[in-house]
Design a protein around this ligand. Structure first.
Ligand code: SAH
Ligand code: SF4
Length: 345
């Protein structure tokens, strides 16, 4: 894969711009990461240097389409990357904050049947630059608002692409000023990845996609559970908590008649309470390849109440951008279906 604009370290950039004084390299760096400028718009460096950076380091993401939700609060970006794969990024404006949801892989190999990305299968890992560029391009779109939070909840399993994910986290933190506590990595339960995250040098948030708290059910919903069953996942969570005094979140997509009964709430509470974990509930978003629906709002509320009564810290997450297929688990870059939506250039 050719190196793109955001793939180089500062030293590698200095090597590439051989002969330029260090302060010039720093200006380029600050322009790219601090001010989210395109090389041609870094106006405090000579034009020849702007051109050199543009020529040597092309962007990794090619704009295919942007879809905007009816209320304007959610923007979905569809990009093509080297090799021709499509990936997606979602920008979400809330009243007081702005969040970007990034993809870490083109597709995903984990095969969760309810997830559009899982249904599509795996193409390849994304590089650090391809991950970072998603935040930068969304950040330009968000201006004058700044990006407050980055969540690795787009396409792909970040822990299966740990090195590039972690390099990207460092760039977001070190060069773009996004605090570690404003960065969340979501995993389906890759135990070695959870262990690495526990020992890593930045205290980012960990979210684990649980969806079922007994192995029989979780084996069906999340095939990786056959490799890392709940007992091993719980041990990894305990180890994580001894390294980091941070609250873990469990994501639970409520699926009608599948994992939304009082027994499910009881099992979830029994799993979450000893780990002092927070639970995020979200009704399953519809995807083309999965017949079961999300739980109704009444059932979601009853499930949340049940968990709270049992002492579990619980939040209900509301779907964002479902009408533009921009909600959790809906990202699969089905290019042809996006054309029906309201678009912006
Ligand atoms: N691979 C990682 C991160 C990307 S998925 C993971 O699985 O955690 C981001 C979140 O969306 C996960 O919690 C995932 O379980 C959830 N998700 C997937 N498909 C969904 C759907 N159809 N409806 C609601 N949430 C879904
Ligand atoms: Fe991959 Fe996460 Fe989707 Fe499972 S839910 S297939 S791990 S992206």
């Amino acid at each position: 894969m050719a190196e793109s604009l955001y793939d180089l370290t500062r030293d590698e950039l200095a090597d590439l711009l051989e002969g330029e004084p260090r302060y010039r390299v720093d200006q380029v760096w600050e322009g790219l990461y601090g001010h989210l400028r395109e090389p041609a718009d870094i106006t405090n460096i000579p034009k020849s240097l702007r051109r050199a950076v543009s020529d040597l380091l092309p962007p990794a993401l090619t704009d295919v389409r942007q879809s905007v939700s009816d209320d304007g609060g959610t923007v979905k970006f569809l990009w093509s990357v080297a090799g021709g794969d499509m990936i997606e990024t979602v920008l979400m404006h809330y009243e007081k904050r702005t969040t970007v949801c990034v993809s870490s892989q083109a597709g995903c190999a984990m095969g969760c049947g309810f997830c559009a990305t899982g249904q599509r299968g795996f193409s390849r890992h994304l590089s650090r630059g391809e991950i970072v560029e998603q935040v930068i391009r969304a950040g330009r779109r968000a201006a004058p608002r700044r990006i407050d939070n980055v969540v690795f909840m787009g396409m792909g399993e970040p822990m299966a692409n740990f090195d590039a994910t972690w390099d990207a986290v460092h760039t977001l933190h070190d060069d773009m000023g996004i605090g570690a506590r404003h960065i969340t990595i979501s995993t389906v339960g890759v135990v070695p990845g959870i262990d690495r995250l526990g020992r890593a040098d930045l205290p980012v948030n960990l979210a684990i996609s649980l969806h079922a708290a007994n192995d029989r059910k979780r084996d069906r919903l999340v095939p990786l559970n056959r490799t890392y069953p709940l007992s091993r996942l719980a041990e990894a969570c305990r180890r994580y908590r001894t390294h980091r005094n941070r609250r873990i979140s469990f994501e639970w997509a409520l699926i009608e008649g599948v994992n939304d009964t009082p027994t499910d709430a009881e099992e979830l509470a029994a799993f979450a309470l000893p780990l002092a974990a927070h639970v995020n509930l979200i009704p399953l978003n519809p995807t083309p390849g999965w017949p079961t629906r999300g739980s109704s709002p009444d059932v979601v509320e009853a499930f949340a109440l049940d968990l709270r009564r049992r002492g579990v810290n619980t939040t209900v997450r509301h779907n964002r951008g479902t009408e533009i297929d921009a909600a959790c688990g809906q990202l699969a870059a089905r290019h042809h279906t996006i054309g029906r939506r309201r678009e912006s250039p």
